[in-house]
Design a binder for this molecule. Structure first.
Ligand code: PRX
Length: 653
């Protein structure tokens, strides 16, 4: 029987996988956690907060002035002490914190003691150039150990970090530096990707041509490539950090002291600065990492493939795992360099036991073929995780069979930059799993799928995904924009957090997250707003108007498809050259991840009488479907014109 047929048979059975007895017996968390949290949610979270080392205990668990939460009020702690000092003090300083693997094949093993020394030196360096607890620091780096050291050094001195993914453009970096009013940028000359060195420092130089309050740029020498240098501003890491003392006394900060800002796309062109504070965020990052990944710190080798530029890298590479004393793998490069077996080779090399990755990569592996995973020994794996986008059942089954050898529970974890930690996921060893479902809210979390009016839909139905009770790692707001926080998350439904996702509950009450219901696309697990790409396109000299949609894509989940109207005098026949110029322009404005896969030149866009673009109809075109109901269009002929125009070959394909 062909593989696809056997798969569809499996799926039509609505398969349910029960935890194995051996896994269940040794699982970190047992079934009664759900009951315990249900009985007294605040007591449950208070218990989890005790995973951390507090310099002063809180006097109130939660102060909830909807939608503004304060957790563990009055408590004091230091994030970096919780990640490092206390492990060293407890005698496990010789445990490996990171096995770092550079793309060119260089590698480095860093123990908790060594990491602590580096963080202390970096903290001293930051203080020596005037950075303190009132400041924000932008970090724009490849995934190298210094990136983690920089984050922890900021946390140690109470400065908020704002990590900007290294794939973002100078423009995107500039707007984030401005919005957070960063005083320092930490970067590197560049990094390695797909077999060659890429540059980062020039983007920082360009970003800083715009108005800003940045006093210094601290630069790690990673590749040794030539960089421009501004003596009054730029500092080499190896000169400033290396000469510092390895003693540094950490101060205690309030539980609600800001820990970081992380920008994420919303429905407007301006990204939102989601900010998180210390005590609640660390509590839930640590608890979920312990519970969902079943981490046994003495035995496991854990690998989360996310970059530190995303929330997954913050919560499940830096804070959660380090608080729990995990041994981790981090890898700088791409999964196909120098071979498509790279990830599998590293699993074999480091005997990775827990792997956490994104559906896009799983689907890519499926496409590349089983020979790559099969060429390596993956028998060390015992748990697999998925994050960032809905995982289709076929990919889930492939992950289970080919990577996990039918031997590893899969945790499909739903959460967001805003939620800070995993919210909906199976608990391995406890929860049954179904391919494609995130199953149910974790203990201490209350989620509901509701209809238009905010009423629960009940089992067997779909609607909007909401969170109905505050949780410790919830965002404390949108940096500098309190009203936007209220409007975006708390206005759609009364007293509920609206996540922006659609979901359905199956007959058993399991959650199936369906994807965004707003104008946000999810490309390879990364959020990109349609408006952001549209505004980048219209800033190109050839474009008069643009509409962007996320079209289903077998590999990346969604792909960006743009419809553009050219300015008068621009000939659409300029074809391939124009398309390239538009794509490059978007990459320049936002970053390569926002490059449209396809650009179609059209004469008109479908709009309602009030001028709103009907993206639904454009999505039909982008996905090659019969165009749906167009009766509310101001000009009902538009869709016909678009289809005819595209079919007559005028489009840019
Ligand atoms: O649409 C959901 C999708 O990713 C969005 C959050 O994106 P971001 O803040 O960048 O964080 C990604 C990593 C946590 C969500 O609104 N999403 C995330 N995880 C899942 C998911 N969709 C379906 N299933 C998931 N497991």
């Amino acid at each position: 029987m062909p593989e696809s047929e056997s798969l569809s048979n499996l799926l039509s059975e609505n398969r349910l996988f029960k935890p194995s007895d051996s896994f269940a017996k040794n699982a970190n968390v047992k079934f009664d956690s759900y009951q315990e949290a249900k009985k007294d949610r605040l007591a449950f979270w208070e218990k989890q907060a005790n995973r951390l080392t507090w310099d002063k205990k809180w006097n109130q668990v939660l102060d909830w002035q909807l939608p503004f939460a304060k957790w563990f009020v009055g408590g004091k702690l230091n994030a970096s002490v919780n990640c490092l000092d206390r492990h060293v003090a407890a005698g496990i300083g010789n445990r490996v914190a990171f096995f770092f693997e550079g793309e060119p094949g260089d590698s480095k093993t860093i123990t908790y003691s060594q990491l602590l020394i580096e963080v202390k030196k970096c903290a001293n360096a930051l203080e020596s150039i005037g950075i303190g607890a009132e400041d924000r620091v932008a970090i724009y780096m490849p995934l190298i150990p210094e990136a983690v050291i920089a984050m922890l050094a900021c946390a140690r001195i109470g400065a908020m970090h704002s990590v900007v993914f290294g794939g973002f453009s100078a423009e995107a970096l500039s707007s984030r530096i401005q919005d957070a009013d960063a005083k320092l940028v930490i970067t590197s000359d560049g990094g390695y990707r797909r077999g060659s060195a890429f540059a980062l420092k020039p983007a920082v130089d360009k970003a800083l041509e715009n108005p800003n309050n940045v006093k210094h740029v601290l630069v790690v020498k990673r590749t040794g490539q030539e960089v421009e240098w501004k003596n009054s501003r730029d500092l080499w890491w190896h000169e400033l950090v290396e000469k510092q003392s390895d003693e540094h006394e950490a101060k205690s900060f309030d539980s609600e002291h800001g820990l970081f800002i992380l920008y994420t796309s919303g429905t407007t062109a301006k990204p939102k600065g989601i900010f998180h504070t210390t005590g609640g965020y660390l509590t839930q990052a640590a608890y979920t990492h312990h519970a969902v990944f079943d981490l046994k710190p003495e035995k496991d080798v854990y690998w989360c493939t996310a970059d530190i530029g995303w929330i997954t890298g913050h919560s499940y590479v830096v804070y959660g795992p380090l608080i729990n004393g995990a041994t981790q793998v981090i890898y700088e490069g791409t999964p196909d360099t120098p071979t498509k077996a790279r990830v599998f080779q590293l699993i074999e090399k480091y005997k990775v036991t827990i792997l956490y990755t994104a559906p896009t990569l799983i689907r890519t592996w499926m496409k590349w073929g089983d020979e790559f995973p099969n060429s390596c020994d993956l028998s060390s794996l015992r748990l697999l995780g998925s994050v960032g986008e809905p995982i289709n059942p076929e990919a889930w089954m492939w992950y289970r069979e080919v990577i996990g050898k039918n031997n590893c529970p899969i945790v499909d974890t739903w959460w967001q930059t805003e939620t800070g930690s995993i919210m909906i996921s199976p608990l391995p060893g406890v929860t049954e799993t179904k391919p494609g479902s995130a199953m149910k809210p974790l203990p201490g979390i209350s989620a509901e799928v509701v209809d238009d009016k905010g009423n629960p839909v009940g089992n067997g139905k779909g609607g909007y995904l909401t969170l109905t009770e505050p949780w410790p790692s919830m965002t404390r707001g949108v940096w500098g924009e309190p009203q936007r926080f209220i409007d975006t998350y708390w206005s759609r439904f009364k007293n509920m957090y609206f996540a922006g996702d659609g979901a359905k509950l199956d007959e058993d009450g399991a959650f199936w997250v369906l994807g965004r219901v707003d104008d946000v696309m999810n490309v390879s697990g990364h959020r990109i707003s349609t408006t952001e790409v549209e505004s980048a396109l219209v800033s190109h000299e050839a474009v008069a108007e643009a509409a962007v949609v996320g079209a289903n894509d077998a590999m990346t989940g969604q792909a960006i498809v743009a419809f553009v109207i050219l300015r008068g005098g621009i000939d659409s026949a300029t074809g391939a050259e124009l398309e390239k110029s538009l794509k490059d322009h978007v990459a320049n404005e936002i970053g390569a991840i926002a490059k449209p896969k396809k650009i179609m030149v059209v004469a008109e866009l479908p709009k309602t009488r009030s001028g709103k673009i009907m993206r639904r109809l454009l999505r039909d075109v982008a996905e090659n479907r019969q165009v749906g109901d167009a009766t509310t269009l101001a000009d009902p002929n538009v869709m016909k014109l678009i289809s005819e125009g595209l079919n007559s070959g005028k489009s840019e394909d």
